[in-house]
Design a protein around this ligand. Structure first.
Ligand code: GGG
Length: 355
């Protein structure tokens, strides 16, 4: 039976990198004889909002829930829709309603890409950020009072549950245990955020009792960001709350030369609902429409999607294909963020032709 994949380009460069993500998925499907059925949707975009007054149709949950995976581009076009409206109206609905509580974000220095950190070679930076994806600082608990007056009050609560925290910690420990270094780093701020974060540290320690073979350390988020830059080789698996994980998973890829290559998987590990695969980058209004966005973040996310659907060999072939193109280093094919003069499409085609 065909595996059904929903294609949702979203906004800005999402619309430019998605065709390349699809091109490579289709090339992999041809080569490995995979039965993938792709269906495209225009919702979860600011264009859809402008036409319909909301980011998603009322029946989006019913429409998407039986897909095997969702392949997403990027959200946000602040010129027309405020960012918090577009994000909460689309991506965060998917993550929450489909209980995609793991956001898995690999960070790896790829061959042929120059790290801005002096002397770093491929192999020196190779870790995962495991981001809690349904609660934490991304909470809808709070409100405004006395708006526009001198007495204005704004409150937003951080929400951490034992269920939500333990399940992401378990995933992170298991990932660390499966890797050669068996090392887990926890992102905390328990000196300043003196209620939720000491509790997060306690949960990390409690879960650690089940994984004695995993070496654990923790850093406050401020020095942790500094150490991403100074000592990226220290890290293997980094587990973080929703906001800290979001920040770390932009910073990590920046240390590998470009955020344009970074992939992510929003996973519902139980498989009750579809998981969602998207590049880490957003819609990038500054370069949208120029045809120069790097499609590798989308393509690598496609590889994660293939692996999630059980197609490990095809996923590895996609990674091999973009690594080969990067290693070859033809500047006419590479996008400007990795030192080339090429276009999104040229890079996508070069990768697909390797499959
Ligand atoms: N492809 C990822 C994307 O569109 N990100 C936009 C964004 O602002 N995301 C915030 C988040 O991931 O929490």
């Amino acid at each position: 039976m065909a595996q059904r994949i929903a294609i949702i380009p979203g906004d800005g460069i999402g619309k430019e990198v998605m065709p390349e993500g699809v091109r490579v998925l289709e090339a992999a499907a041809r080569r490995f004889g995979l039965d993938l059925e792709l269906e495209a949707f225009d919702f979860a975009s600011c264009d859809y909002y402008l036409e319909h007054g909301q980011m998603l149709p009322d029946d989006w949950f019913e429409t998407l829930k039986d897909f095997d995976a969702l392949f997403y581009g990027a959200v946000g076009w602040p010129e027309t829709v405020p960012d918090h409206v577009s994000l909460w109206g689309s991506l965060l609905q998917f993550r929450r309603r489909f209980d995609q509580y793991i956001n898995l974000r690999p960070c790896r220095l790829l061959p042929g890409i120059q790290s801005p950190l002096a002397g770093r070679e491929p192999g020196d930076i190779d870790f995962y950020v495991v981001r809690e994806n349904t609660e934490g600082e991304y909470s809808s608990v709070g409100g405004r009072m006395f708006e526009g007056t001198e007495r204005e009050i704004v409150i937003q609560e951080t929400v951490m549950t034992r269920h939500g925290t333990d399940r992401v910690l378990k995933f992170a420990y298991e990932l660390a245990r499966s890797r050669p270094r068996k090392k887990l780093t926890s992102a905390t701020k328990s000196n300043g955020i003196a209620i939720t974060m000491p509790w997060w540290d306690e949960r990390v320690a409690a879960m650690g009792e089940r994984y004695p073979e995993v070496a654990v350390d923790q850093f406050h988020i401020d020095i942790l960001t500094a150490n991403f830059v100074m000592h990226p080789d220290w890290f293997d698996v980094v587990v973080a709350s929703n906001l800290f994980g979001d920040i770390l998973s932009d910073l990590g890829p920046a240390c590998t030369g470009t955020i344009g290559v970074a992939p992510s998987a929003n996973i519902n590990p139980e498989g009750t609902f579809p998981s969602l695969f998207e590049p880490v980058h957003g819609s990038a209004p500054d370069i949208a429409g120029k045809g120069i966005a790097n499609p590798i973040g989308q393509i690598w996310s496609g590889a994660m999607l293939l692996e999630h659907l059980g197609h490990r060999e095809a996923a590895d072939a996609v990674v091999d294909a973009f690594e080969a193109v990067l290693t070859e280093g033809d500047r006419r094919v590479l996008t400007p963020d990795v030192g080339g003069t090429g276009t999104t499409e040229a890079l996508g085609r070069a990768i697909a032709s390797r499959l």
